[in-house]
Write a protein that binds this ligand. Structure first.
Ligand code: ADP
Ligand code: ASP
Ligand code: MG
Length: 473
């Protein structure tokens, strides 16, 4: 068995779903279990509907629900067999009626709890998984729909739920193999349920995580993440287009990149796969012949120090000065205690004799945190920062990487730097305004020459076209 996960853009339209059907069909003998995201931007649209409801914008949310139904109906009708059209319409009626009632309830309450956020956002994957199942039948495959909420069981931390792995694995191993004998199993990603059957979700981008959980639960031979890029690239293409494809990378490197902002993988994705030692592939559903990125326990030896550059935006930097001349012992503990109490996780830390700098990506409780810190220190805050993170297993064996970073970034103000305890990353903080020049300079420094065993050069950018026209070896 293999798990094949298709993201939002890979199922955004009838044409995209048809492409997916072709890709799955070509691998039918490997007994695929397919995990799909919501179609296109459906999750965002559902959240916008919820926001309109609690703000009492009735016409707005009614219209948006209509539009969302039209969109699903229009695309689905083109890929659903004639004989199943009536069933499709019934299904859409039922789902959208339920959704409308839920949204009206929210409008009355005027309040959005994490539990209702999950209830609403679950409709995206509930719709897409059902539609894709019908589409697979239309394109000549035997396909069975499995409601992920029956098999992926989590705690009650709505919008960010954590799987109960033993229970989930037990259910997956029981339900899926017999179904996959006879047909392609199709499930929604992202959605799950508590033991009591209340709908939860695994956090934004969580369909990747579902795929990995399912893969681990059924002992799949491979977990394939099909998306809209050729694989893990040497830089985030939304910041620096034209990066090169990384052909092979380790679980540890991929996890680090995902954690530090490479949206192509949900940060928790590699954990279940790594535990069961199942390779994860990142592949492009628009260019299925490209070999993508292979993530495994043992990376291929690599002559480059760095594998990729990740960026985590909208970071808040907190600088904390001790009010005494020297830090009293227990100072750090008191600081972390405060962040802990407000459930705010700290990403990076740097300390000196009299001060501590740290970064957080969730600034929701920052005012309360500052108030507490002021009782024993002098905190100052800077918003609009970015963590830039270089990742590569070789960083730990190569002296002088930090020096190369500083030389390359001559003229850019580095506000904080840390080499992670994992030893496979160097990360630092720059202002949002410096992001593009920073990534450009680092990309030029670390990827002008490429180990052909590990990277596939992006031919469109040969000669350094992405580096502002400068020519590099
Ligand atoms: P999906 O809907 O298939 O899950 P996502 O939008 O979640 O797709 O993830 C794919 C996107 O991740 C790409 O379109 C790209 O913009 C972004 N991305 C960020 N960093 C990287 C990187 N290093 N390599 C490839 N893609 C990246
Ligand atoms: N549909 C969900 C989201 O947009 C999950 C996913 O796509 O992975 O976050
Ligand atoms: Mg994603």
């Amino acid at each position: 068995m293999i798990v094949m996960k298709f993201g939002g853009t890979s199922v955004e339209s009838a044409a995209a779903i048809e492409r997916v059907a072709g890709i799955v069909k070509a691998r039918e003998e490997r007994r695929p279990v397919v995990v799909v995201s919501a179609m296109g931007k459906t999750t965002n649209r559902l959240l916008a509907i919820a926001a309109a409801a609690i703000e009492g914008r009735r016409e707005d949310y009614i219209r948006q629900i209509h539009d969302l139904r039209d969109y699903h109906s229009r695309e689905a009708r083109q890929v659903v067999p004639l004989a199943e059209r009536a069933g499709l319409d019934r299904f859409l009626d039922e789902q959208f009626q339920e959704l409308t009632e839920l949204v009206k309830g929210l409008a009355v309450l005027g309040e959005l709890t994490p539990r209702s956020v999950d209830a609403i956002s679950s409709y995206g994957e509930r719709l897409s998984s059902y539609i894709v199942t019908l589409a697979f039948r239309h394109f000549g495959m035997a396909a069975t729909h499995l409601d992920s909420r029956e098999v992926v069981i989590t705690d009650r931390r709505h919008t960010q739920a954590t799987p109960d792995f033993p229970e989930t694995y037990r259910r997956l191993a029981h339900a899926i193999p017999p179904m996959a004998e006879k047909s392609v199993v199709v499930m929604g990603g992202f959605i799950a349920a508590t033991l009591e059957g209340v709908t939860t979700t695994l956090g934004r981008g969580g369909s990747d995580f579902t795929a990995s959980i399912v893969g681990a639960g059924i002992g799949a031979e491979e977990i394939q993440i099909w998306t809209d890029v050729d694989g893990m690239l040497t830089a985030d293409p939304t910041i620096l287009p034209g990066g090169h494809r990384v052909k092979s990378i380790s679980f540890a490197e991929a996890a680090e990149l995902a954690y530090f902002g490479a949206k192509v993988l949900h940060p928790a994705t590699v954990v279940p796969a790594m535990e069961k030692n199942i390779p994860v592939l990142i592949l492009n559903s628009r260019r299925p012949d490209v070999a993508g990125t292979r993530i495994t326990a043992e990376p291929v030896p690599c002559a480059n120090v760095v594998k990729s550059i990740a960026c985590k935006r909208k970071i808040t930097l907190v600088n904390i000065q001790s009010t005494r001349m020297l830090m009293a012992h227990g100072f750090l503990r008191r600081i972390f205690d405060v962040f802990d109490r407000f459930e705010t996780s700290v990403d990076m830390v740097a300390t000196s004799e009299v001060s501590v700098s740290l970064t957080i990506d969730n600034a929701a409780s920052i005012d309360a945190i500052l108030a507490e810190l002021r009782q024993f220190a002098e905190p100052a805050v800077e918003h609009d920062n970015v963590i830039v993170c270089l990742v590569g297993e070789n960083i730990r064996y190569t002296p002088g990487v930090a020096r190369r970073v500083f030389m390359a970034l001559d003229g850019i103000n580095i506000r904080m730097i840390s080499q992670g305890a994992s030893l496979l990353n160097i990360s630092f903080v720059v202002a949002e305004a410096d992001l593009r020049p920073t990534v450009e300079a680092l990309h030029r420094e670390f990827f002008s020459t490429l180990d052909p065993g590990v990277f596939e050069r992006n031919e469109a950018t040969r000669g350094g076209a992405i580096h502002g026209g400068a020519v590099h070896a």
